[in-house]
Design a protein around this ligand. Structure first.
Ligand code: HAM
Length: 429
């Protein structure tokens, strides 16, 4: 494994480091990223999702309207900036609102419904960084838009489940809840406010605002004095309308028939206003809900909210760093990425010309090659090949140039043989 010394870049007395909450993904971590992305791509292929790549920033109003004004993500965590044209833009804090915007912008309601899309890329939230929580994190999400069938809810939850299983992760739980719809939500909000009214002087300053603007978010508060009040608050599940009760029952029936284990948690709080009916999270068995591996739910009103014709949707998303932490905690091996097959060492100017040409010829034959540069001694070149873990070295000196050969050295056994140049692709391929 290549180790990199910690370097500090000093420019005019300033030490430059990656901004707080962001990280460089170094070559030695890449196998984990490629593994997760490959499993994500594979699960999406199996469930019929097509890839969409979305802009890293959007009109900030898209998220304010979509995710919801009173949410922590919008009020505390979104990176909002004005560009040179005076437009208010935001680095995307998530992908669902962007996918719905793309669904509308490209007239995807004309395609067969539901439209199934997935995305992989960074998301940005101004959060307090800690293990598994970053200001820029890798986000994999999928969305199915245009169908309200509870079978689709079960399929999306099944897909999330199968994704984590396919990664080799074992210690996670699916937590499920239903939070109602446009019809039954108002009655629930009334009883929720009735519950909080006598305690309004005890709740934190943020919750006083939430009480007025967005009572559902009261349940989201992490401050201890508010949590005790939230613990005894009425649960949305007790106030569902008939359609929502039936929908939820169907989702659970499908999940049971698929043998997907789930726990119901009537306190499941998701940080977005767009959710209706089904919400779920994938939680690690150790670590609690603060560090969910993934989460999702139904958003039947979001497309409409963004100005389109009604198009119910459901999806989920997951954070790649958290998955990688889980893989490391569970000691799950990931495939090593193939490194260069051959190092070319050379002595003398003519040998260098031959080496350069040989490297190019071999690459045309799909063989990965590193050629020594910098005019080091043969010993230093071999040491470099060894440090780079390259299994074979082709050594070229004046004699080899004349004879049209190389000395091929096996780095594990130190055995060497002289082979004609034209034989190399066959020997290495
Ligand atoms: P979310 O629960 O906010 O949902 O984020 C999904 C996942 O992204 C989390 O479960 C977590 O693994 C990861 N994540 C979130 N914030 C961070 C962070 N600061 N650092 C590292 N990982 C993080 C959504 O984003 C919804 N858009 C999901 C969805 C899709 N609902 C319907 N469709």
């Amino acid at each position: 494994m290549i180790r990199y010394p910690s370097l500090e870049i000093l420019v005019g007395g300033t030490v430059y480091r990656a901004p707080r909450g962001t990280r460089d993904i170094l070559p030695q971590e890449q196998p984990y990223w490629r593994y997760v992305e490959q499993k994500a791509t594979e699960i999406c292929r199996l469930y019929g999702y097509e890839r969409i790549d979305l802009p890293m920033f959007e009109d900030s109003q898209l998220f304010t309207r979509g995710v919801g004004e009173g949410t922590d993500i919008i009020e505390k965590e979104m990176y909002v900036f004005e560009d040179r044209g005076g437009n208010s833009l935001a680095l995307r804090p998530e992908g669902t609102a962007s996918v719905c915007r793309a669904y509308l912008e490209h007239g995807m309601h004309n395609r067969p419904q539901p439209v199934k899309l997935y995305y992989i890329g960074p998301a940005f939230r101004y959060e307090r960084p800690q293990a598994g929580r970053y200001r820029q994190h890798g986000h994999f999400g999928c969305e199915a838009i245009g169908d309200a069938d509870p079978a689709l809810d079960a399929e999306v939850i099944d897909m999330a489940w199968q994704f984590f299983v396919s990664l080799g992760l074992g210690r996670f739980t699916i937590v499920l809840d239903s939070i109602g719809c446009r019809e039954c939500r108002p009655a629930y909000l009334t009883v929720l406010k009735e519950h909080y009214s006598p305690h309004i002087d005890e709740v934190c300053a943020d919750c006083k605002v939430r009480f007025e603007k967005n009572p559902m978010r009261l349940l989201d508060c992490r401050s201890p004095q508010c949590q005790t009040i939230a613990d005894t608050a009425p649960k949305s599940i007790g106030y569902l309308c008939m359609e929502c009760i039936e929908h939820y029952a169907e989702v659970k029936r499908y999940l049971s028939s698929l043998e997907i284990p789930f726990e119901e948690n009537p306190r499941l709080v998701r940080g977005f206003d767009y959710y209706t009916r089904t919400v779920f999270e994938v939680q690690p068995q150790e670590g609690g809900s603060q560090s969910s591996l993934g989460g999702g739910g139904r958003y039947d009103l979001l497309v409409e909210e963004l100005g389109g014709k009604p198009a119910p949707g459901i999806g989920f998303a997951t954070g790649i760093e958290r998955i990688i932490l889980g893989l490391q905690q569970e000691n799950i091996p990931v495939p090593i990425l193939p490194g260069p097959q051959l190092f070319i060492a050379h002595l003398g100017d003519k040998a260098k010309d031959t080496a350069l040409k040989l490297a190019t010829d071999l690459r045309h034959n799909d063989i990965s090659v590193i050629m020594a540069t910098g005019g080091r001694s043969l010993k230093a070149q071999l040491r470099q090949a060894n440090n780079l873990n390259i299994p074979k070295v082709a050594i070229i000196g004046d004699d080899e140039v004349k004879a049209g050969t190389v000395v091929l050295r096996d780095m594990a056994t130190s055995q060497q043989e002289t082979v004609p140049l034209e034989k190399l692709p066959e020997l290495l391929g």
